[in-house]
Design a protein around this ligand. Structure first.
Ligand code: NAG
Ligand code: NAG
Ligand code: NAG
Ligand code: NAG
Ligand code: NAG
Length: 488
């Protein structure tokens, strides 16, 4: 008896040791989302940009060259959180407007809810924009232990006011941090705080959707002065905002180092959509920008970094989509991603540099108001089919560096527009023609039909867009001057 007992205890110990040795340590995870950040607005794509902290992380990590997002903000963020395409969540038409009684469907489980099950402490700092008309829609009810930031899509970088209401929260509480301070500093202070106060026995998750570099175009003069060579004032300030954001990234990495967490941290950095050309964001040489489904609106500036990656220091050309981050991060955290989502777990591919598991994706499907709005687009392998109106920024816009205004390549654009008006369809081979200059829809009819059929299959799963009229009950006057939950 005694012998058998000893043996089983020994076996148990050996098994336990094997298990512990084989199990990877759960990484800390910092998921950074830059707002309206253009393809051509980062040092690793454009040497005119001053982004040393971002560039260092990117070059020492993996630059993602085919990482796609939605053309606007709310749908991308919903994809990051839920792994579900916006057209299945009713969020395909646009962003949630300030007075719309809409939030990300409450029956969808958010990424931080899964991470909490894996033992993570979960924090959010920055912009929410996934709805707030009732408390159940807000960050601390959707998986975050703490939240520090604002609910709406944009606000002033100093007075923290948007569309006639103040908008800032510490968890649920309305606050108004020092309005003489540029928000980037305020957010950096909060990051230092949650990092230094973190219980080091637990894995740490920080979702950091930056205010930068969304309009309004505001930046402390010191940052603007770093770009004194730029003639256009808006572009000069915008570039300053980019460098302020880069400083924030530097402060996050510094805080993680000071607290002994840096070596165990997986960084994910992505834009939520392309640069907004009207507000000086730039995506050149990609076509278009924010709000359009051309590559300039949807192919994100992105990278990952971390010592747990087995291959680094290169550019990954595998296909990623916004919906993939949720299952990929759950997998990196040691969890099992849910099955009933659109996202694909890409952790092994990203970690080892193996080919992407994704071969196709939907850019968006939106039926509202064609032909001046409403569009559909799909990518399958190297081909991309667009049906309907591609969006309001159809050209190729060079940065306003040497000239006062954007330098759009108009002639080529006129040809393209003629085709679109005539056919309502565009087909591109993104491998040969990543800048979408040569529409193949006339010469490659079979491929058009094949992709169109595929898109129609996806379309069967679409739910109607949840895009109601404004609710007057949302008025901040009813809530002490703050945009607040309690009106839906
Ligand atoms: C969530 O609710 C919507 C609308 O009621 C429904 O269409 C959808 O299938 C539900 N999704 C899940 C994941 O339960
Ligand atoms: C906040 O700043 C904006 C400019 O970005 C201005 O239009 C607005 O009036 C200011 N609001 C308050 C309450 O100071
Ligand atoms: C980052 O940290 C440095 C050093 O503490 C500080 O001077 C700078 O203002 C910080 N930048 C931001 C954007 O918080
Ligand atoms: C990591 O990469 C090395 C080669 O660089 C390889 O020998 C090793 O098997 C890889 N490990 C895993 C777990 O993929
Ligand atoms: C990134 O993609 C572009 C085309 O979209 C391609 O020309 C370029 O070679 C790729 N970069 C790398 C380093 O693979």
């Amino acid at each position: 008896m005694a012998k058998i007992h000893t043996l089983s205890v020994l076996c148990g110990t050996v098994l336990l040791l094997l298990f512990t040795a084989g199990e990877a340590k759960q990484p800390h995870i910092v998921f950074m989302v830059a707002d309206d950040y253009g393809w051509n607005d980062v040092g690793f794509h454009n040497p005119d940009m001053i982004t040393p902290n971002i560039d260092k992380l990117a070059y020492e990590g993996v630059i993602l060259n085919q990482s796609y997002v939605q053309p606007v903000c709310t749908p991308s963020r919903n994809s990051f959180m839920t792994g579900v395409y916006p057209f299945k969540a009713g969020l395909q038409h646009g962003v949630i407007l300030p007075q719309q009684a809409v939030c990300s469907p409450l029956n969808l489980t958010f990424l931080p809810q899964y991470l909490k099950k894996e033992g993570y402490a979960t924090h959010a700092i920055g912009k929410w924009h996934l709805g707030f008309c009732k408390l159940e829609c807000t960050p601390t009810y959707r998986g975050f232990d703490t939240f520090y930031g604002y609910y709406q899509g944009q606000e002033d970088y100093y007075n923290r006011t948007a569309a006639g209401g103040k908008d800032f929260r510490d968890n649920k509480d309305p606050i108004l941090p020092d309005t003489s301070k540029y928000s980037t500093y305020i957010f950096a202070e909060r990051a230092r705080k949650v990092i230094s106060q973190h219980d080091k026995n637990k894995p740490f998750y920080l979702y950091f959707p930056f205010q930068s570099v969304h309009a309004p175009i505001e930046v402390p003069k010191g940052y603007e002065d770093m770009y004194s060579n730029i003639k256009n004032e808006g572009r000069r300030k915008y570039c300053g905002m980019v460098t302020a954001m880069d400083d924030l990234v530097g402060n996050i990495t510094a805080a993680l180092k000071e607290n002994g967490m840096y070596d165990d941290t997986l960084f994910v950095f992505t834009a939520d959509n392309g640069g907004w050309t009207q507000f000086h964001g730039n995506n050149y040489p990609l076509r278009g920008g924010k709000i359009t489904i051309y590559e300039g609106g949807t192919r994100a500036t992105a990278f990952i970094n971390g010592k747990m990656l087995n291959k680094t220091g290169y550019t990954y050309n595998g296909m990623m989509h916004a919906v993939d981050w949720m299952p990929t991060i759950i997998s990196a955290a040691g969890g099992t991603p849910p099955e009933e989502i659109d996202g694909i777990d890409q952790w092994e591919s990203l970690r080892t540099g193996e080919p992407s598991k994704r071969t196709e994706f939907i850019y968006n499907l939106d039926d509202i108001n064609p032909p001046t709005q409403g569009h559909a687009a799909i990518r399958v392998g190297d081909y991309k089919l667009i049906e309907g109106f591609p969006g309001v920024y159809p050209g190729w816009y060079k940065p306003e560096t040497e000239t006062e205004s954007t330098n759009s390549e108009e002639e080529e654009l006129k040809d393209q527009e003629r085709n679109v008006r005539l056919l309502g369809r565009e087909l591109y081979n993104l491998k040969d023609d990543p800048y979408e200059r040569h529409d193949l829809s006339v010469s490659h009819v079979k491929i058009v039909e094949e992709l169109s059929r595929k898109m129609a299959e996806y379309h069967k799963q679409m739910v109607p867009a949840n895009y109601p009229q404004n609710s007057d009950t949302s008025n901040p006057k009813n809530f002490g001057g703050y945009w607040s939950p309690g009106w839906c």
